[in-house]
Write a protein that binds this ligand. Structure first.
Ligand SMILES: Nc1ncnc2c1ncn2[C@@H]1O[C@H](COP(=O)(O)OP(=O)(O)OP(=O)(O)O)[C@@H](O)[C@H]1O
Length: 635
């Protein structure tokens, strides 16, 4: 069984059934449940009044009348343990609740949002951690008249920084998963993403930490009542009982056993339970591949037109992007400009590292956190996407711009059935009843030519192939009838026969819906089959842009010619595929002037003298080369 399958199954089964199936989980969970019930129902379960004294029968060993013996005032030890457990367990619950209320919201928000909020929260957590908890607890007990409730709530808050860090770490890790980016692109709001994707992944961490904290707080509470801070005698407490038994240990060593063993067993059970939960949840998430990409889309209505004078759907002008790296700022994109109209398909091509994906991610505003747009504009129907607020972005992404990525499986959450995932997206885009949403999901699955939509909707992502998963991702993208579909190497991870089918599907859908497509690809076959226009990128710049026929017949840049000549589709039998000598220079190593000149067979001295602008060749055809005449003469 694959990791994703295991993850899906574990997630489907849930933590509780998995716990029960584990022998350690069943024993410790059963013991804690029994203890909880016995203490909660002490008025019924206790054999005697815990305060009733019988001075004729003091310090007795276990008898049939007193199963655990009696103390120095002849009180029934079992009854005192059960009543004492109530205040202990209530105190533990109060501490855990306080910790959860503080640590989970702050940890999730800090991990998910990052930035300044994260820094402030983490500094505050450091500060709280450096405070000696016992001093604060003693002060609280004296201020609040020995209130164990006040003490345990304070202890929960002070001890919350450990859980906060772990929850933050989990939220940060989940935040980087592709399916979270995909969910954002599908238009899910931050709140929906937190509840849908992040909190479920923190569940294991939270249970483990709560269980360990409960174990520690039993120790702390017992310690406080042992030294007489807490409910005053004769009220039964576990710490108080230990204290009393210590006073009579020489006369009756047995008296130490019931409370001591019960406390030890309870702490041990909580610790083991935490371990088991960790194992179970680790199994369901470590290799899950994450929730993947739900495609974004919007409600099933025709695309809306944004108001604005600009008839161009997508327009990039002089876009520049830098990344902060340990070696300093690196300008990855420079002066990237191109336009895309409705109904057009633009192929973004270039070698690895030329900046295609960074361009696509900048348009979608999902740049890595160390990336900054330093210049330029990205306009969608005239509206500047780079200055759009979070709300506007959610709206746009959800309703007008959709993404499909290279790894469809990573965009699907392995824990939920495909139908449920699509239904959520469909309902995000229109107020549909559950039944109508399910019908729309089946329509979408049929639209992407999946053979048995009913059956596919019932499956989990690990039960379908990569090609099917990409069709599901496309269905999700279509749910909102987007005006622009960004496809980042949508067929690279699929095998060759499936690639052709997916391309044919995209072509058909593009024709039928009129949406524009921006497709990132290495593959000239994809460009030839699918694109109306091409932008060729090299070392962070667009070096040539043209209608597709022009590129193949009359390319006006040596880099484009070399790329086409070295593409496997142009290889003939028994002729080795040529490669362009050298590689794309990284930002710090780009030559002056033309960035391709070190690898260009036609380079002249003047190529190094100045930055090369885009030069118009023919209508819609531009090239960043100053020797295009020589190139054309060359043939
Ligand atoms: N977060 C980042 N920090 C630093 N450098 C980055 C970051 N993201 C991307 N880069 C760099 O930007 C360059 C362009 O990356 P990009 O992914 O856009 O290339 P690409 O043309 O899409 O290549 P590929 O086809 O291999 O995906 C690469 O050299 C990459 O190392």
């Amino acid at each position: 069984m694959t990791a994703v399958a295991r993850a899906g199954r574990a997630a489907r089964r849930g933590v509780l059934p998995a716990l029960v199936r584990s022998p350690r989980g069943a024993v410790t969970g059963g013991f804690l449940l029994l203890l909880l019930l016995a203490c909660a129902l002490a008025p019924v379960s206790a054999p005697a009044d815990p305060l009733h004294q019988d001075l004729h029968h003091v310090l007795q060993l276990p008898t049939t009348g007193h199963w655990l013996g009696t103390d120095s005032l002849g009180r029934d030890v079992l009854s005192r343990l059960l009543y004492g457990g109530r205040s202990t367990l209530v105190g533990v619950a109060e501490g855990v609740a306080a910790q959860l209320l503080v640590a989970v919201p702050l940890g999730v928000t800090a991990g998910y949002l990052g930035g300044r909020f994260d820094r402030i929260v983490m500094r505050a957590a450091d500060l709280v951690m450096s405070v000696p908890a016992i001093v604060i607890l003693l002060a609280i007990l004296s201020i609040f008249d020995r209130s164990i409730t006040a003490a345990m709530i304070t202890f929960g808050v002070l001890g919350g920084s450990g859980m906060l860090r772990m929850v933050r770490g989990t939220a940060m890790a989940v935040r980087r998963e592709l399916y979270v980016s995909a969910a954002e692109l599908l238009g899910l709001s931050r709140t929906q993403i937190v509840f849908r994707h992040i909190l479920p992944r923190c569940r294991g961490t939270v249970i483990v930490q709560s269980s360990l904290f409960a174990a520690v707080s039993i120790g702390v509470q017992t310690g406080l009542t042992f030294i007489g801070l807490g409910p005053p005698p004769p009220a039964p407490t576990w710490g108080g009982m230990i204290n009393e038994s210590v006073l009579t240990v020489t006369e009756d060593p047995w008296l130490l056993a019931p409370a001591g063993v019960l406390i030890a067993l309870t702490v041990l059970a909580l610790g083991i339970l935490g371990d088991v939960v960790r194992d179970v949840t680790a199994q369901s998430h470590t290799s899950s591949g994450g929730l993947l990409a739900k495609p974004v889309s919007r409600r099933a209505v025709p695309p809306r037109m944004l108001p604005g004078p600009d008839p161009v759907l997508l327009s990039l002008r002089d876009l520049a992007v830098s990344f902060r790296t340990p070696a300093g700022d690196a300008e990855m994109l420079t002066r990237v400009s191109f336009d895309l109209d409705s109904g057009q398909t633009l192929g973004l091509v270039g070698e690895s590292g030329s900046g295609k994906s960074v361009t696509a991610r900048t348009i979608l505003r999902i740049l890595d956190r160390n990336g900054t747009v330093t210049a330029g504009t990205v306009r969608f129907r005239g509206r500047d996407l780079l200055s759009a607020g979070q709300r506007e972005l959610e709206e746009l992404r959800g309703s007008r711009i959709a993404l499909i990525s290279q790894e469809p499986m990573t965009a699907l959450d392995p824990s939920f059935r495909i139908g449920a995932q699509l239904r959520e997206i469909v309902r995000r885009h229109g107020k549909l009843s559950r039944r109508d949403a399910d019908r729309r999901v089946r329509e979408l699955l049929a639209t992407v030519e999946l053979p048995d939509p009913e059956e596919i909707a019932r499956r989990f992502p690990f039960q379908i192939s990569g090609g099917m998963a990409q069709r599901v991702a496309i269905a999700a993208a279509l749910a909102g009838s987007p005006e622009l579909l960004v496809a980042d190497e949508p067929t690279t991870a699929l095998d060759v026969t499936v690639q052709a089918d997916i391309l044919a599907l995209l072509r058909r859908l593009q024709r039928e819906t009129g949406m524009a497509v921006l497709i990132v690809t290495h593959d000239w076959g994809v460009v030839a089959d699918f694109c109306t226009h091409v932008a060729v990128m090299y070392a962070g710049e667009v070096v040539e842009s043209a209608p597709v026929a022009e590129i193949f017949d009359r390319s006006a840049h040596p880099y484009t010619r070399a790329l086409i000549a070295t593409s496997p589709e142009n290889a003939t039998r028994r002729t080795p595929i040529r490669a362009i000598g050298g590689s794309v220079p990284p930002p710090g190593a780009r030559p002056s002037g033309c960035r391709f000149r070190d690898r260009c067979p036609m380079a002249e001295e003047d190529c190094a003298e100045r930055e090369i602008p885009m030069i118009g060749i023919r209508a819609g055809h531009r090239s960043r080369c100053i020797h295009t005449k020589a190139l054309e003469a060359h043939g």
